[in-house]
Design a protein around this ligand. Structure first.
Ligand SMILES: [Zn+2]
Length: 357
């Protein structure tokens, strides 16, 4: 077994892009897998793909060749010993947790293991106690993979029973590479990657967002539209803030659809209200805030690149060099204040007053 694994190097894990630390840990763990893993990191960083690839490697008779029938079935999500469990409603429900506990006791049908993947584990809420025992002591033939964005305080006990595998925001180059493999032009892939904060899901969203290029253009032309007056500063700040709110409409629409779907599901089950509605709304608010901050941060990155380009222009005067560097420092400062939840209007006005035209 070890020799075979050595020769194929669990090639199926090569499908996980831009997470060398996580892949190294998983590769090293294949020979003697532990009973539970917790994949932690932001959405769009490959946690789910990695869980499927890791499962494929565990189930493959050749240690994860990526080619055989077992690997193909696992990757296509129809291997009899691989189960991906999505939350049924707003959160993982107690009934669902009990079902997972039952599944964990099953004997593998085809190979040495069965793998259970639990998506959105941070939304487990009240069902956590029903899962604790399963995660602590599943049968030797069951491997459980939990996927979560963060580890809330209430899950520290569960988390401590798992091998934690960290997923970091992807490097821009990785996102460009993946998008280009999907047929996106290099120029679009590059600008989208800069604005995606290391998240492939956001990058894919921006590729399909027709207003994206136009919004970046507004930021790119800021220096040439400044005229040294406070009135223009106020006007531009308002324009940029309104522009950052544009993509929120799409997100709000999708969130409304999700709530409608959950409501329908609840009624179907004979319940009047959505269980865990407050948690969904909370997640929606966080998502809106994140999209907005991501958008502002993307704008600041574009603005900074305008000044950076000036530095490489021939014959830059010493004075021009000074004001350009000061502008870039102010943009950095604004980006860091943005992360500390500063008032956005005041922040942008402050920044624009410090920029060179
Ligand atoms: Zn295989």
């Amino acid at each position: 077994m070890t020799a075979v694994q050595g020769s194929t190097r669990a090639r199926v894990l090569d499908r996980v892009k831009g997470q060398p630390g996580a892949v190294r840990l998983l590769r090293g763990s294949l020979g003697a897998p532990l009973h539970a893993y917790l994949f932690v990191g932001p959405p769009g960083t490959g946690r789910r793909d990695a869980s499927i690839a890791f499962a494929a490697a565990l189930l493959c008779p050749s240690g994860g060749c990526g080619q055989c029938a077992s690997c193909q079935e696992a990757l296509a999500g129809r291997h009899p010993d691989l189960e991906v469990i999505e939350r049924a409603g707003a959160s993982i429900l107690v009934d669902q947790a009990r079902e997972v506990a039952r599944m964990a006791l099953r004997t593998p049908r085809a190979g040495p293991y069965q793998v259970l993947v639990l998506v959105d584990f941070d939304l487990v809420e009240k069902a956590a106690p029903a899962l604790l025992k399963t995660i602590e002591e599943p049968p030797d033939t069951t491997v459980i993979i939990l996927i979560a964005e963060t580890v809330p305080r209430s899950f520290v006990t569960i988390a401590s029973r798992c091998v934690q595998v960290q997923f970091k925001p992807l490097a821009d180059e990785t996102i460009v590479e993946i998008l280009m493999a999907e047929g996106v032009e290099v120029a679009i892939a590059t600008s989208v990657a800069e604005a995606a904060s290391g998240r492939l899901d956001r990058a894919r969203l921006l590729v399909r967002d027709p207003g994206f290029a136009e919004r970046l253009q507004r930021w790119r032309t800021v220096p040439s539209r400044l005229d040294g007056t406070g009135a223009r500063v106020a006007e531009l700040a308002d324009e940029l803030l309104a522009s950052a709110a544009e993509p929120l409409e799409v997100v709000r629409g999708r969130q409304a659809e999700e709530l409608a779907f959950l409501q329908e599901e609840a009624e179907h089950r004979g319940e009047r209200a959505i269980a865990g509605r407050a948690a969904v709304e909370d997640r929606h608010r966080r998502e809106l805030r994140r999209v907005r901050t991501d958008e502002l941060r993307a704008g600041l990155a574009v603005l900074s690149s305008v000044y950076r380009e000036r530095l490489v222009a021939p014959e830059v005067s010493a004075q021009r060099l000074g004001t350009t560097l000061a502008a870039m420092a102010a943009i950095d400062e604004a980006a860091s204040r943005l992360s500390r939840n500063a008032n956005e209007t005041m922040l942008l006005q402050w920044l624009l007053l410090h920029l060179d035209t």
